[in-house]
Design a protein around this ligand. Structure first.
Ligand code: 13P
Length: 257
């Protein structure tokens, strides 16, 4: 982490905790927040829990994100949720382009671009996910793939005040195999460079999060890297002890630097 950027520890609950259990976890995150001052906390519940979670976390400083959105503001799109609806529900952030959306729901770079713009138009702050597959990494194409994903949405990111980027190597998601701190930092450093090529201010202010089997036992080493500004956490965010331990690692690092 770099002291000029406030750490962001974000929990992506994925398709879990959509009801009362989500509200209960939100209550625990509410209690955690005062213990990690100087660290931004964010939770991304399923759509069905957003309103209750946002109500519970109102005034605590903990951000609430959706995990996806549709790019149109309204209309005949059965089963979809728009950016203005998310705002009405109490979300202020939204995850866009998660690899599970790209992999299982056919999301393309063009679709991700449209969603970032729709979020921005509704004043939702996007967390834009990028990352390579195992085959791409093994073929030595990591930077090419991540660079192309970022280039496709860089204009939209520049237009979205405070957007974050999440580097999530697909092979590390839910597998228990995290990227080594050095390998992660190499990609984060490249992302910082691509942002800087667009604008120094963009590079200086954009938080680049690491995601992929981030756990209490690897958090300190990953968060110590100078271009890793926080985490986007799946499995470990469902348990308050693990999520709290990762947030505490960010707090300890920020306090000592
Ligand atoms: P895990 O932390 O479960 O690997 O998930 C990472 C992720 O996809 C967060 O968006």
């Amino acid at each position: 982490m770099n002291p000029s950027r406030k750490p962001l520890i974000a929990g992506n609950w994925k398709m879990n905790l959509g009801g009362l259990a989500g509200l209960e976890l939100a209550m625990r995150v509410k209690s955690l927040a005062p213990q990690v001052p100087g660290v931004d906390l964010l939770v991304a519940p399923p759509f069905t829990a957003i309103a209750a979670v946002a109500h519970e976390l109102d005034g605590t400083g903990v951000f609430v994100a959706a995990q996806n959105l549709h790019q149109q503001p309204s209309g005949a799109f059965t089963g979809e949720i728009s950016a203005p609806m998310l705002v009405e529900s109490g979300a202020t952030w939204v995850i866009v382009g998660h690899s599970e959306r790209r992999q299982f729901f056919g999301e393309t770079d063009a679709g991700v671009d449209a969603k970032i713009r729709a979020a921005t138009a509704a004043s939702l702050t996007p967390i834009v996910c990028v990352g390579e597959s195992l085959a791409e990494r093994e073929a030595g194409r990591t930077l090419e793939v991540v660079g192309a994903q970022l280039a496709a949405v860089l204009d939209a990111i520049e237009g979205a005040d405070g957007a974050a980027v999440a580097y999530e190597p697909v092979w590390a998601i839910g597998t228990g195999k995290n990227a080594s701190p050095g390998d992660a930092e190499a990609v984060h450093c490249a992302i910082r460079g691509w942002l800087a090529a667009r604008s120094e201010a963009l590079a200086r202010t954009t938080r680049v999060l690491y995601g992929g089997s981030l756990k209490p036992d690897n958090a300190a080493a990953l968060l110590a890297q100078s271009n890793i500004d926080g985490g986007l956490i799946g499995g470990a965010s469902l348990d308050i002890a693990s999520f709290g331990a990762i947030a505490s690692a960010a707090f300890a690092h920020a306090r000592n630097n």
